[in-house]
Design a protein around this ligand. Structure first.
Ligand code: ADP
Ligand code: MG
Length: 470
């Protein structure tokens, strides 16, 4: 029997279908992830399961019992606890009092305050907050507030625990620590639904090393991005003219660290030398120190993976400080179509590895571009191809499986061997895809495909003209 079964769950807010016909199952002892961008309805699904909202249609079954639309306190008594995206502790109570309240009013409540206090202390030990027991909740750090939120949910003695973006805002070390804690909680017999908003993990390789059974990603990963940049440069530029002095500006996030280290490791293998390796935290306003270091070191190549606002800050300050790398690979920030509008000519010649470009001549691309053109007035944007390929792969797998059984579809996806709009796709056992990794360069305010040559819409412009000569 499914431990939790959700079928046809639907919720309208006025005319907006926030959740429409959602269905999934969770088996006892599983950790299941629900991911999606902001506004895709993840929190609403949790609100519908836990009774904070009543669905317009659909059914929620817990251990075989229909619990659709039961109010939150009844769901709590049935063993369903959740954390909130915006933590909801009592700010003026102590950490211990917050957990005691949950221990007193949740499922299987403590018989008296003394027992509640003892058990609350045990729970604080599990989440690593024992030494903060007498702090006021409002004085905690973000990580500590998230752990208190988790402690309060655990105090309700759940059988099913729903975590709403528990890891959002945490740094990589805190995230890893929290994931270990989540596994430990599962091992203690609690089934877990993890809701996260982790779209940037699209290129992250390390996530594929964690043994997720249902993680398949037809997108180039960090190891390919860290290798291909040097292979493309060496294949496109004659020896002696290559931009062998490299500056790496590493963002202090899981993806930034992963890529930074791989670039550093690969550079010497291809005849490149890392002359500057600097780190910065997301949303840094002043990047001048690291830019000046790169300029003084005579760096010719820039390798970096900034979020859009940081990429724009970086370029503006490079312009001000007069440092133009001959070649710049800036993954992520320049993917956005607004890059050229914001930066004008200064946004030109930056290159990206976005996984796809509308000039690729694979079957189905012309039709996709035509439909996109009709709807949005331009050929399909960079990430459209990989997204569409995901749907092609899923559809083919469902057809091949001939059933909606989760394992059968999973196995069919694992065995994928087909040509999609991004080209041929197969998967490795860790869920990473074997896919083309095209290089795109901004030229005259347009994204051009410059590698591989058989698909190219333009030649790589090298070296990039200095900012003040454009
Ligand atoms: P997510 O958690 O995936 O970011 P939400 O479930 O919070 O998404 O929201 C899904 C959509 O429903 C959004 O467009 C949001 O604005 C809307 N929405 C959520 N809650 C309400 C509400 N109580 N009233 C009206 N609209 C809502
Ligand atoms: Mg949410």
């Amino acid at each position: 029997m499914d431990f939790l079964a959700v079928e046809g769950l639907t919720k309208f807010f006025g005319g907006l279908a926030a959740v429409y016909q959602v269905g999934f199952t969770i088996q006892e002892g599983e950790i299941i992830g629900l991911i999606g961008p902001n506004g895709s309805g993840k929190t609403t699904v949790l609100n519908l399961i836990t009774g904070f909202l009543k669905p317009n249609a659909g059914r929620v079954t817990l251990a075989g019992k229909d619990v659709t639309g039961l109010p939150p306190h009844r769901m709590c008594q049935n063993g369903v606890a959740r954390t909130f995206q915006l933590t909801k502790s009592f700010p003026c109570c102590t950490v211990l009092q917050n957990v005691m309240i949950a221990r007193t009013y949740g499922r299987d409540p403590a018989p008296n305050l003394r027992v509640a206090a003892d058990e609350a202390m045990d729970i604080l030990g599990v989440v690593g907050l024992a030494d903060k027991a007498n702090f006021l909740a409002r004085d905690l750090t973000l990580m500590e507030r998230k752990m208190l939120e988790l402690a309060r949910a655990l105090a309700a003695r759940p059988r099913l625990l729903l975590l709403d973006e528990l890891m959002a805002g945490l740094n990589p070390a805190e995230t890893e620590e929290t994931m270990q804690l989540i596994r430990k909680i599962r091992d203690s017999g609690i089934t877990i639904l993890v809701v996260e908003h982790i779209v940037k993990a699209i290129c992250l390789y390390s996530i594929h090393q964690q043994g997720y059974r249902y993680l398949f990603s037809p997108f180039p990963k960090s190891p390919a991005q860290a290798r291909d940049v040097f292979e493309i440069l060496n294949a496109s530029i004659p020896e002696g003219e290559r931009p062998t002095k490299v500056a790496i500006f590493q963002e202090t996030t899981d993806w930034g660290i992963e890529l930074g280290n791989l670039w550093k490791e690969n550079a010497p293998k291809y005849g490149y030398q890392v002359v500057v390796y600097e780190t910065y935290t997301p949303r840094t306003e002043d990047m001048s120190a690291m830019i000046l270091k790169a300029k003084e070191a005579g760096a010719e190549t820039l390798l970096t993976v900034p979020a859009p606002p940081d990429g724009i800050t970086m370029v503006k300050q490079m312009v001000e400080l007069g440092w133009t790398p001959k070649f710049a690979l800036m993954i992520r920030a320049p993917e956005n179509v607004t890059w050229a509008e914001t930066l004008g000519k200064n946004g030109d010649y930056f290159t990206i590895f976005p996984g796809w470009h509308h000039a690729e001549n694979f079957p189905g691309v012309a039709e996709l571009n035509a439909k996109y053109q009709a709807q949005f007035g331009r050929p399909a944007d960079l990430l459209t191809g990989p997204a569409y390929a995901c749907v092609q792969i899923a559809a083919a797998a469902i057809e091949k499986a001939g059933t909606l059984d989760r394992e059968a579809i999973r196995d069919a996806i694992a065995a994928t061997n087909m040509t999609t709009v991004i080209g041929p796709v197969t998967f490795n056992t860790d869920g990473t895809g074997n896919v083309l990794n095209p290089l795109i360069q901004w030229q005259n305010g347009k994204q051009e495909l410059v590698w591989p040559p058989e698909h190219a819409s333009a030649k790589l412009v090298y070296p990039a003209p200095p900012f003040d000569k454009r």
